[in-house]
Design a binder for this molecule. Structure first.
Ligand SMILES: [Zn+2]
Length: 86
C-alpha cells in the first residue's frame, strides 16, 4: 500500500481505484491488440503460430477480466466510484 493512501481516501479520491483502473485499461488494450493481431494472421500463419497467438489472446482476456473484477470489487467495497464533483 503506497504512502498517502489514507489521505487520498479521506479526500474522496482513491489512489487504489486509479491504479486498478489503469491496470484494467492496459490489460484491455493488450487484449484488443492481441485479438487484432490474431485476426490479421488468420490464413497467413501456420496452425502452430496461430494457436500460440490464440493462447496469448486468451491469457490477455483473462488478465483483463481479472483486472476488471479487482476494480469492481474495490469500488463495491470502498464505494469510491461516487465522484463528489457530480
Ligand atoms: Zn477505493
Amino acid at each position: 500500500m503506497p504512502l498517502g493512501y489514507a489521505v487520498y481516501m479521506s479526500a474522496g479520491h482513491c489512489a487504489e481505484k486509479d491504479r486498478l483502473l489503469l491496470e484494467y485499461r492496459q490489460a484491455a488494450d493488450q487484449y484488443a491488440a492481441a485479438v487484432a493481431e490474431l485476426s490479421r494472421r488468420i490464413g497467413i500463419s501456420s496452425l502452430d503460430d496461430y494457436q500460440k497467438l490464440h493462447q496469448a489472446a486468451e491469457s490477455a482476456r483473462i488478465r483483463s477480466n481479472e483486472a476488471r473484477d479487482r476494480l469492481a470489487r474495490q469500488i463495491a467495497e470502498h464505494h469510491c466510484d461516487i465522484s463528489k464533483a457530480s
